[in-house]
Design a protein around this ligand. Structure first.
Ligand SMILES: [Zn+2]
Length: 299
């Protein structure tokens, strides 16, 4: 199984277009300790020719350009991309669908709840029903996703997309709205969990049985955005679990030592993006890696 990290940043990318937080400022200044990152997406393949994208970020066109494996290879029209699997309805995960509206045939895999969100937003009707198949996925049922890849979607604590939030928001809800993915081929297993509000016993057991996990690394501390004066939202309020602290993901998964552990979906404010920073060293000391655009994982 081949995994290619198309985009490793959270929504907004890194640097974010309107941000001069300390980490973005390093990127704007071309500081060698940081590398720019596009928004959250993976490409995955069992045969090396046909690729399933996990989420479609607003940077998708740029990501396809940057990866020759995703360029059209034959005929007047065509693409090695045969499907897009959506883990939630967040803008950083679905807006890229609008860059795939040129009558190309592919399948959108998502829960019924996420497909209903797309259907409720008329702009996505640009993805013509004749060419683009919507396939409703139930949690906890492995399906053959095509070309040798077996995928199981499972529920992860999270929240509805920002644009669907009402006056009261449940940020730790187990529903169809936030999924993790178990990807299997040739006896090897990868887990992709780009948004997670809490590590449940179920999620921990799934991670323990995997060869590699790509996990929500949005913020380093829960109140990172508040400390910087950039937002009144904690990571928890955004449906994400911070890396550090007694309730953070590193602590929750400290005794899971089997799989390769990689943080992905990293917000531009996260100081672990800075090579050599105390936060990066803490992450590395805990046995975790920080994903970067272009990262290649072969299982
Ligand atoms: Zn920033």
């Amino acid at each position: 199984m081949l995994i290619r990290v198309l985009g490793s940043a959270a929504g907004g990318g890194f640097p974010q277009w309107n941000c001069r937080c300390p980490v973005c400022t390093l990127a704007w200044n071309n500081d060698p300790r940081v590398s720019p990152r596009t928004q959250s997406s993976l490409a995955i393949s069992a045969d090396g020719h046909h690729w399933l994208l996990l989420n479609a970020s607003p940077d998708l066109r740029q990501q396809i350009s940057a990866h020759s494996i995703l360029h059209p290879v034959s005929g007047r029209r065509g693409s090695p991309i045969y499907g897009i699997w959506l883990t939630n309805g967040d803008i950083d995960h679905v807006a890229g669908l609008l860059s795939l509206r040129e009558q190309q045939s592919f399948t959108i895999f998502a829960t019924r709840g996420i497909l209903d969100e797309l259907a409720a937003n008329a702009i996505f009707s640009a993805l013509a029903g004749g060419a683009v198949t919507r396939r409703a996925i139930s949690h906890n049922a492995e399906i053959a996703a095509g070309y040798g890849l077996d995928v199981t979607s499972f529920a992860v604590p999270g929240k509805v997309p920002l644009y669907r939030e009402g006056a009261r928001v449940s940020t730790d809800e187990i529903s169809e709205m936030t999924s993790g993915l178990n990807l299997r081929h040739g006896g090897r297993t990868a887990l992709y969990i780009p948004g997670c509000a809490r590590v449940t016993p179920d999620i921990k057991a799934r991670i323990a049985g995997a060869d590699v996990v790509l996990f929500d690394g949005t913020t380093f501390v829960d109140d990172e955005m508040l400390q910087l004066g950039l937002s009144n939202k904690t990571a928890a309020r955004m449906g994400h679990l911070a890396m550090s602290g007694p309730a953070g993901s590193m602590a929750a998964l400290a005794d899971v030592v089997g799989p390769r552990k990689i943080f992905i979906h990293i917000n531009n404010t996260n100081p672990a993006l800075i090579e050599g920073s105390p936060e990066r060293r803490a992450v590395e000391a805990a046995g975790w890696e920080i994903a970067f655009d272009g990262m290649e994982i072969d299982l």
